[in-house]
Design a protein around this ligand. Structure first.
Ligand code: COA
Length: 322
């Protein structure tokens, strides 16, 4: 059976930066509170005319350039997003058009903050079975469009951005395993309680945004991520000390530190971007991966543990020999 290897990474953050001080002017909050509770100092916000597909395209082109491949050799496109440009077609189809690729399958995955791990898992399975050879997996979000900007308990947390990888079939080790889970019974703890066919009028009014029981989500995230770390190591017969880099979902520095502690990993081996990106949902893991690949921290041959937790609840991990 073939393995799938990451042959290129890319990322894109919109130009506009919103600092905690900027947020102090919008809701009753302080830089001190946000930094202490979340670690976030700033986030990027898409320009009015920028869509999720615009962000996805920038990240995708960077990943394709890094991979050094011809665009038309890509034979599958997966976009993980909670904030698609349109109800349909999928953002993946819109991205396919932008990239000038024709005929290959292109579809979106919706697993909120775990979306990229879901996308990676699907892509890996297609490559392992021989059905695909080169897959573009993108996580892209304009969370600023679904945030309730009058709710200080949530609006300080999120940001916009996109990250991407190109996966290629290889006889060398690459993605060692992926693990994805969901439990819909917790859907009300973190959600946008309206959509195309549910509370349609509220949805159309545009007034409904992200709602979250922060404390509950926090506890569930810490416990669940601890469990998935164990599951991933166990399946691969590895020890905590075999992991070179933890590349976690960037929701809250305190959640990241709890997972690192569980892995007995010093924070120097943990990639964190939450301070400057905020929570970019499906984009957060590929953005963090891209940062650490480009600044030279992550080297070929190292073992990476990617993990995420999000609305649904959904959660997942990927163990990668980079
Ligand atoms: N600025 C100032 N005060 C704020 C605030 C803000 N932005 N947001 C909430 N507060 C207040 C609350 O109203 C509360 O006040 P009270 O004690 O008078 O009622 C107090 O701060 C503490 O709120 P609490 O919700 O208990 O804080 P917390 O320590 O749980 O931190 C989160 C809140 C949201 C940062 C934290 O719960 C969290 O990170 N949850 C998980 C978020 C997450 O990861 N979501 C995405 C998963 S993908």
């Amino acid at each position: 059976m073939m393995n799938s290897r990451i042959i290129g990474t890319g990322g894109y953050l919109p130009e506009r930066v919103m600092s905690n001080q900027d947020l102090e002017k919008i809701v009753e909050t302080t830089d001190e509170w946000i930094v202490e509770r979340t670690g976030i100092k700033q986030r990027h916000i898409a320009a009015e005319e920028q869509s999720t597909c615009d962000l996805a395209e920038q990240a995708a082109r960077q990943a394709i350039d890094a991979a050094g491949i011809a665009i038309d050799s890509i034979d599958m496109i997966i976009v993980a997003t909670t904030t698609p440009d349109r109800v349909f077609p999928s953002t993946a189809c819109l991205l396919q058009r932008r990239l000038g690729i024709h005929g290959c399958p292109a579809f979106d995955v919706q697993a909120v903050c775990t979306g990229f791990i879901y996308g990676l898992s699907v892509a890996d399975k297609f490559i392992k079975t021989g059905a695909s050879k080169r897959v573009l997996v993108v996580g892209a979000e304009t969370m600023s469009r679904i945030v309730d900007w009058s709710d200080r308990t949530t609006c300080v947390l999120f940001g916009d951005g996109a990250g991407a990888v190109v996966l290629e079939a290889s006889d060398q080790p690459g993605i060692l395993s992926t693990h994805i889970h969901a439990d819909g019974q917790y859907s009300e703890l973190l959600h946008v309680p309206a959509g195309v066919s549910f509370h349609h009028a509220e949805f159309k009014s545009g007034k409904i945004g992200i709602q979250m029981q922060g404390n509950e989500v926090f506890k569930m995230a810490v416990n669940t991520l601890g469990r998935i770390v164990d599951e991933t190591l166990q399946e691969n017969g590895l020890d905590k000390s075999d992991i070179d880099w933890l590349v976690p979902h960037q929701a809250n520095e305190r959640i990241i530190k709890a997972t690192a502690k569980k892995l007995r990993m010093p924070m120097e081996r943990v990639v964190t971007t939450v301070q400057t990106h905020g929570n970019t949902s499906a984009a957060s893991v590929p953005l963090a991966l891209n940062v650490a690949v480009r600044d030279g921290r992550i080297q070929r041959g190292e073992t990476l543990l990617l993990e995420a937790f999000g609305g649904g609840f959904t959660w997942g991990s990927a163990l990668i020999k980079y």
